[in-house]
Design a protein around this ligand. Structure first.
Ligand code: SF4
Length: 149
């Protein structure tokens, strides 16, 4: 394992973006980040800027209003960048699928590495999603955007 891989696994910084969900997924994400579940003990920190983040955590279906913003946030991240979708809305569009103002799941706009289902998923499932990305980094797997196209 390279020094860079080791450093990424020890301090995976995340950035959160809601593309139009109902906020319940966001509440569960906040629960995962705050002292009860305390992911900070694993070095997982919430960052305000995508420029500082390794993992983009996205909640909600992509609305037409947020589509370009999601792409812009993603483009600001340094490579290798990973994307984790939290909640079935972001996985597939869910109940909003086919709605006039909704594009669909997150992978209609940007490549996705890990899908965490549930409506909303529990904090333990969100933490499991981050661990799946850390395992990808440890194995030396490419991020989804490297393998796309
Ligand atoms: S998956 Fe459920 S909880 Fe999450 S944004 Fe969609 S409707 Fe809300």
């Amino acid at each position: 394992m390279s020094l860079l891989q080791w450093a990424r696994i020890k301090s995976p910084w995340i950035c959160h973006f809601n593309t139009g969900g109902c906020n319940a997924c966001d509440i569960e994400l906040v629960a995962a980040l705050t002292p009860r579940f305390d992911v900070e003990r694993f070095g997982i920190l919430l960052k305000g800027s995508p420029r500082h983040a390794d993992i983009l955590v996205v909640t909600g279906p992509v609305t037409l209003q947020t589509e370009a913003r999601l792409r812009r946030v993603y483009d600001q991240m340094a490579e290798p960048r990973f994307v984790m979708v939290v909640g079935v809305c972001g996985c597939s569009g869910s109940v909003y699928h086919g709605c006039y103002s909704v594009k669909g799941g997150i992978d209609r706009v940007i490549p996705v590495d890990v899908y965490v289902g549930g409506c909303p998923p529990r904090p333990s499932e969100i933490i499991d999603g981050v661990v799946q990305i850390l395992n990808k980094i440890a194995r030396g797997d490419q991020a989804a955007d490297s393998t796309a196209a």
